[in-house]
Write a protein that binds this ligand. Structure first.
Ligand SMILES: NC(=O)c1ccc[n+]([C@@H]2O[C@H](COP(=O)([O-])OP(=O)(O)OC[C@H]3O[C@@H](n4cnc5c(N)ncnc54)[C@H](OP(=O)(O)O)[C@@H]3O)[C@@H](O)[C@H]2O)c1
Length: 276
């Protein structure tokens, strides 16, 4: 089945899966804000698991029980609209070990050829640039990032190792300190805005989401909720860090039911926007 059911906003209606998140027109939304639009996306089990223990250095991987091709299509539709995609030092370490899903070179996959064309039609570069968040700077830069004219930016802290900063600047791209001991979300987004980025997609995980939320710079949350409970230890949710004070309030933006997802088990495609 190639359709999903939009439950919110009314009226309830059948929509095509392909194009669902392209229709959110995040580039237009950023233009209307007149400042950068920052958004992220997670796929989660009903009990809130976004990662389970796996064979990676970080010890955790996105659960194969909930990741699926229909959610992956929507991940690409979000990524294709971005000026820059945020990733993490942890992701590049796992990437080097071959243990993680490809998020750096997505539109080379023939199944996403229509998205590659969409990007060209918008007059955008073939792939968004990449911003890596890392305190340790302990990761290799994959060759794929150094070809194709993409810009690589690395955001770190004032405490980062000077020698490693120089190495990365020579081999990969600009290294920018945006925090004393920890990357600060507001300084990160200001720096990206200063470099001309307006549509900013965080494809990183729960710690990066926390720093964006704590700084009040996350505008949209996209959440796929698979109709499946997993349990398991340790518990990995999509926000990780100290209590958010005040809490971050969100409005439901859209809700769609994907009855065909997960081989007919079903899943919800939810999107939220930050309350003013
Ligand atoms: N199910 C899903 O939709 C989904 C989505 C994303 C991720 N995940 C899972 O979540 C887990 C973690 O993902 P992730 O590592 O990409 O994301 P993350 O937990 O947000 O980021 C971790 C890395 O980012 C850097 N970092 C985070 N906060 C920082 C700060 N305040 N200052 C400086 N550096 C900071 C650190 O890099 P250094 O260690 O290099 O300093 C850290 O190792 C993985 O298992 C992944 O599979 C699941």
């Amino acid at each position: 089945m190639t359709t999903i059911t939009q439950l919110y906003p009314p009226p309830v209606q059948e929509l095509a899966l392909h194009g669902l998140y392209l229709s959110h027109d995040l580039r237009q939304a950023a233009a209307e804000l007149n400042r950068p639009l920052v958004y992220t996306n997670f796929v989660s089990s009903l009990d809130g698991r976004i990662a389970l223990p796996g064979p990676t250095e970080s010890g955790m991987v996105a659960p194969k029980q909930v990741t699926n091709s229909r959610d992956w299509r929507l991940f690409q539709e979000l990524a294709v609209q971005a000026d820059v995609v945020i990733s993490s030092g942890r992701y590049l370490r796992d990437y080097a070990g071959g243990h993680t899903q490809e998020i750096l070179q997505v539109y080379d996959d023939p199944q996403f050829a229509d998205l590659a064309r969409w990007r060209v039609q918008q007059g955008l570069s073939p792939q968004p640039d990449i911003a890596v968040i890392s305190a340790s700077l302990d990761f290799p830069i994959p060759a794929a990032l150094l070809t194709g004219g993409r810009r690589v930016l690395i955001f770190t802290t004032e405490q980062a190792d000077r020698g490693r900063v120089r190495q990365l600047e020579k081999s990969a791209g600009q290294v920018i300190a945006v925090g004393q001991a920890s990357v600060a979300g507001d300084r990160l987004v200001q720096a990206l805005a200063g470099l001309g980025y307006q549509v900013i997609y965080s494809a990183a995980g729960p710690k990066v989401l926390h720093l964006l939320l704590a700084a009040g710079v996350l505008d949209r949350l996209y959440l796929t909720l698979a109709n499946r409970l997993l349990g398991g230890q340790p518990y990995a949710s999509f926000v990780e860090g100290p209590l958010l004070t005040p809490p971050v309030d969100m409005h439901l933006h859209t809700a769609c039911f994907d009855a065909a997802g997960l081989d007919g088990l079903g899943q919800l495609f939810l999107s939220y926007r930050r309350a003013a």
